[in-house]
Write a protein that binds this ligand. Structure first.
Ligand code: GLN
Length: 463
């Protein structure tokens, strides 16, 4: 059942909260030994008892899964890293606090690539998550745990984080819905910082309506985040209509390269036909800066990560390896606490920021980022939405992308819109090789309602 269906069932007294929680924990017992979506779990009896007074609120005491780089007070916040293995946040993320005031409870914390760096959840220090559609394959990442939990029916909905694609790509690979909101629409307060100019929190859910509901409960201005937009809270479900009439949809030629293969190309063709049948005007467009997004993203994101991760020094945040001098203590703590991918990003970011190279790498990347944003602005003068695949391939096998560049290429279609700060959604678009393949819609800044309504139209037409 979707979250929307469960809410309706509770309102109509056709089911009870106890039954819902029991059913979720039955799925957890059946799936977790293989899927491993959760790093920590709440006690279901306690959720049943504590949920009683929440029954009149929008989420009626229902549990929601939270990616483990988003702080919640009652469970650890590990970021999938040995560095934070024993860390418990003394405060709560605004998104979590808002879910709680809407009557939700924290179901558990979901697995992720260490510090959200990755596209497969293989980089978690606590073991990978497996794709519920095929356990020999990855769930995508970095929010692989959140996407797998929803796909396996272990969670009704989840929060993920998307810096360069980490909500949309795992949603695509697990066959669920993932929304990256406009940068600044959902507060980053309490989201452990990876790349602050790119980080966003977004919902992962079983259907478009559920994603719109969760977004409504977490979005809106927050004085605790200096980059939070001055947007009041809004009900994104109120004007949700499966309507594409008169909508101009652009398909960038850079998003449908021949390398996608015949099956994926045929699916994109099918999406265009569906859009036209629903009254949209579909046109070919071009986003010529697409090929520069990957190097630009990895310079900017790594530079920001190198700065943000400097705080894990062995003095704060639980992990400390001894050393005879302070410098040795810090170096040993970081050597033991961080995994290889995190170290790679810190090295790359530190290099890009170093004196003498700053202008050549970081400065240049910032200028290219502006050009990428301009590219989108130009496209949105002609079209209302951009359509394409979320990811170039469906779920790949464990160990298949050992070369970091091969892994980074999993995000070629999600990085450009992230650099431009735009909202984008991934919904199930069909299958390729028998595995889920995501359809991505990208809109202009703060066009969440348009993006969600179009996504709902595709969802109804394709399923
Ligand atoms: N896969 C990308 C990376 O490794 C994006 C991660 C994310 O969005 N958190 O940086």
């Amino acid at each position: 059942m979707t979250l929307t269906e469960v809410r309706a069932g509770l309102a109509a007294h056709e089911l009870t909260r106890e039954e819902v929680i029991a059913a979720l924990w039955e799925r957890i017992a059946a799936c977790e030994p293989t899927v491993h979506a959760f790093l920590s779990l709440a006690d279901p009896d306690r959720l049943i008892a504590d949920g009683e007074p929440l029954s009149g609120l929008p989420l009626s005491g229902l549990p929601i899964a939270i990616k483990d780089n988003i702080c919640a007070r009652d469970l650890p916040t590990t970021c999938g890293s040995r560095m934070l293995q024993r860390f418990r946040s003394p405060y709560e993320a605004t998104a979590v606090a808002r879910l709680r005031s809407a009557g939700a409870q924290v179901q558990g914390k979901t697995n992720l690539d260490e510090f959200a760096m990755g596209s497969s959840t293989e980089h978690s220090a606590f073991g990978p998550t497996r794709n519920p559609h095929d356990p020999s394959r990855v769930p995508g990442g970095s929010s692989g745990g959140s996407a797998a939990a929803v796909a396996a029916g272990e969670a009704l909905a989840a929060l993920g984080s998307d810096t360069g694609g980490s909500v949309r790509q795992p949603a695509a690979l697990c066959g669920v819905v993932g929304l990256r909101p406009t940068y600044g629409l959902v507060s980053r307060y309490g989201l452990v910082a990876f790349a602050s100019s790119l980080d966003t929190i977004g919902p992962i859910a079983g259907c478009v309506r559920d994603a719109a509901l969760v977004l409504s409960l977490v979005a809106g201005h927050d004085p605790l985040d200096s980059t939070s937009l001055p947007v009041p809270p809004h009900d994104y479900t109120a004007d949700l209509r499966p309507d594409l009439r008169g909508v101009r949809i652009g398909v960038p030629k850079e998003y449908v390269p021949r390398e996608l293969g015949p099956e994926a190309l045929a699916l994109v063709e099918r999406w265009r036909e569906v859009a036209e049948e629903l009254g949209a005007k579909v046109m070919d467009i071009t986003l010529p800066t697409t090929e520069y997004a990957l190097p630009t993203y990895y310079l900017i994101a790594s530079a920001e990560a190198a700065a943000n991760l400097a705080r894990y020094d062995g003095v704060r945040y639980t992990l400390r390896e001894e050393g005879d001098r302070v410098g040795a203590m810090i170096a040993r703590t970081r050597a033991v606490g961080f995994g290889p991918e995190v170290k790679r990003r810190i090295a790359l970011g530190t290099f890009a920021l170093s004196a003498g190279y700053y202008d050549q790498y970081y400065g240049k990347a910032q200028r290219v980022r502006t050009l990428i944003a301009r590219d989108f602005a130009g496209a949105f003068a002609e079209v209302d939405l951009i359509l394409g695949p979320t990811s170039p391939t469906p779920a790949f096998r464990f160990g298949e992308k050992e070369d970091p560049i091969a892994m980074y290429l999993a995000d070629v279609f999600t990085l450009p819109s992230a650099l431009a700060g735009l909202p984008a959604i991934s919904i199930p678009g069909g299958t390729v090789g028998g595995l889920p393949f995501g359809l991505q819609l990208i809109g202009p800044r703060l066009s969440e309602e348009r993006v969600l309504s179009a996504a709902l139209a595709f969802e109804e037409a394709l399923n």
